[in-house]
Design a protein around this ligand. Structure first.
Ligand code: SF4
Ligand code: F3S
Length: 106
C-alpha cells in the first residue's frame, strides 16, 4: 500500500485524489489517509502530491513509519474523497514544516 505522511497535515492539497483509480483516499479535517485494503499500488498519486507526502509502505522514511498504522486507523473514521477541492488558504505556509502530527484533527 501507499501511505500519506506528515507533510500532508495542514497542506491537504488533494491533487492525489483525482488520479486514484480506486478512490481509496479518505478525508479528515486537515489530512488525508489511504485505505491499505483498497490501494492497488499504482503509484499514480505519488508525483501528484505537491507536498511529496506519499510513500510506498516499504519505502517510508524512518521517521514516518508510524503513519502506516495511522492511515489504516483513520480510514475507518473518515469518508472517501474522490474529487479535488481547494486546499486550506494557508497550505503553502505549512508545506515543509516538520512534525505536524500534533496538529492532526480527527
Ligand atoms: Fe490510489 Fe494508486 Fe495512490 Fe494507491 S498508489 S492511493 S491506488 S493512486
Ligand atoms: Fe495530502 Fe498531498 Fe494529497 S498534501 S491531500 S497527500 S496531494
Amino acid at each position: 500500500t501507499y501511505v500519506v505522511t506528515d507533510n500532508c497535515i495542514r497542506c491537504k492539497y488533494t491533487d492525489c485524489v483525482d488520479v486514484c483509480p480506486v478512490d481509496c483516499f479518505h478525508e479528515g479535517p486537515n489530512f488525508l489517509a489511504i485505505d491499505p485494503e483498497e490501494c492497488i499500488d499504482c503509484t499514480l498519486c505519488v508525483p501528484e502530491c505537491p507536498a511529496e507526502a506519499i510513500f510506498a509502505d516499504d519505502d517510508l522514511p524512518e521517521d514516518q513509519t508510524h503513519f502506516l498504522e495511522l492511515n489504516a486507523e483513520l480510514v475507518r473514521e473518515w469518508p472517501v474523497i474522490s474529487e479535488q477541492k481547494e486546499p486550506p488558504p494557508d497550505a503553502t505556509e505549512w508545506d515543509g514544516v516538520p512534525d505536524k502530527l500534533k496538529y492532526l484533527e480527527r
